[in-house]
Design a protein around this ligand. Structure first.
Ligand SMILES: Nc1ncnc2c1ncn2[C@@H]1O[C@H](COP(=O)(O)OP(=O)(O)O)[C@@H](O)[C@H]1O
Ligand SMILES: [Mg+2]
Length: 254
C-alpha cells in the first residue's frame, strides 16, 4: 500500500504555503480566476490545485527563459504523444511573463520517496520499463530519468513525468540538454555521440534503481566525474541486466 496524503504527496517536504514571491503571486490570482483552487505546492514552481472539471491537478510554472523552453517542450510532447504511462496536458497558458501548464495529478508518490519505505518489486520495475519502451517507440528518449521523475501509484504502477528534457532519437542533440548530472552523462556523451540514444535512458534508469534499492552506485558523484576518474559502481541488488548497463555506461569511448 502506498501511504499518500495528496496534495502533499512528496512527504515531509511538502509545504502548506504556496510561493508568495513575485511574479508567482500575481499569477496565483490569475490562476484562481481561471477556476483553480490552489491547495499547496510540491516545489515553489509546482503547485497542486483543484478544478471543478479536471479534479486534482498539478500546475507547473515557468518564469525564466530556460524554464519556459522546457515547459513548452513538455507541453508540446504531451500534446502530440499520449500513453497510459504518462498523463496528458490539460492546459497551457501564459500571463505577465509566466507560463504555466496544467496536468492531472497522479495519485501516488515519486520513486525517491516511495523507495524510502518500500522495496522495489519486479512488477514496479517492469512497469517503469514499459513506460520507457512506449516513449522510445514514439522515437524519443526521456532524457531526465531519476527518482523524482517516476511516480508510483497503487499496485506498483509507474508513470513517467517531467518531459521537459525529451530528445528525438536520430536527431542531433539540442543546444540545451536537460537532466540530472548524477544520473546522466553530459560532456562525454555529447562529445562522442552525435545523436541521443535509448542507452542514455536505460543507464539513468540503472543509476535510479540502484539508488532506490541501496545508495547511489557512484557515491553521489556526477557521472562525468565518475567516467573521468574511472570509478567503479558499488553494485546493489538490482537485476543483473542493470548491473551490466551500469558497467557499460561508464566505459570511456575512444
Ligand atoms: N502530474 C503529477 N502528479 C503528481 N505529482 C506530480 C506531478 N507532476 C509533478 N509532481 C510532483 O512534483 C515533483 C516535481 O515535478 P517535475 O515535473 O519533475 O518538476 P521539475 O521540472 O521541477 O523536476 C515530482 O517529483 C512529483 O513529486
Ligand atoms: Mg523533475
Amino acid at each position: 500500500m502506498i501511504s499518500s496524503t495528496p496534495p502533499f504527496n512528496d512527504g515531509p517536504t511538502g509545504k502548506t504555503e504556496v510561493n508568495k514571491e513575485p511574479p508567482f503571486q500575481t499569477i496565483r490570482v490569475q490562476i484562481e480566476k481561471a477556476g483553480y483552487q490552489i491547495m499547496g505546492q510540491f516545489k515553489p514552481h509546482i503547485w497542486c490545485a483543484n478544478h471543478k472539471a479536471y479534479g486534482n491537478v498539478v500546475i507547473k510554472l515557468a518564469s525564466t527563459r530556460l524554464q519556459k523552453l522546457q515547459l513548452k517542450q513538455e507541453a508540446e510532447f504531451l500534446t502530440r504523444h499520449q500513453s497510459n504511462h504518462w498523463v496528458p496536458i490539460l492546459e497551457y497558458e501564459h500571463y505577465s511573463g509566466v507560463d504555466w501548464a496544467v496536468l492531472p495529478q497522479i495519485d501516488g508518490i515519486n520513486l525517491g520517496y516511495f523507495s524510502r519505505k518500500h522495496k522495489l518489486s519486479n512488477k514496479l520495475i517492469r512497469s517503469i520499463e514499459r513506460g520507457l519502451l512506449s516513449l522510445h517507440q514514439y522515437g524519443y528518449i526521456h532524457g531526465d530519468i531519476n527518482p523524482s521523475n517516476i511516480m508510483v501509484s497503487a499496485e506498483d504502477r509507474a508513470m513517467l513525468i517531467d518531459f521537459g528534457g525529451t530528445m528525438k532519437l536520430n536527431a542531433p542533440y539540442p543546444k540545451y540538454v536537460a537532466g540530472n548530472p548524477k544520473y546522466s552523462r553530459f560532456t562525454h556523451v555529447i562529445a562522442d555521440d552525435q545523436y541521443p540514444t535509448i542507452e542514455r535512458d536505460w543507464f539513468s534508469l540503472a543509476v535510479t534503481l540502484a539508488s532506490c534499492t541501496g545508495s547511489h552506485p557512484f557515491g553521489g558523484n556526477e557521472i562525468d566525474t565518475v567516467i573521468k576518474k574511472g570509478m567503479q559502481p558499488q553494485m546493489t541488488n538490482i537485476p543483473s541486466r542493470y548491473q551490466m548497463i551500469l558497467l557499460s555506461g561508464i566505459k570511456a569511448r575512444t
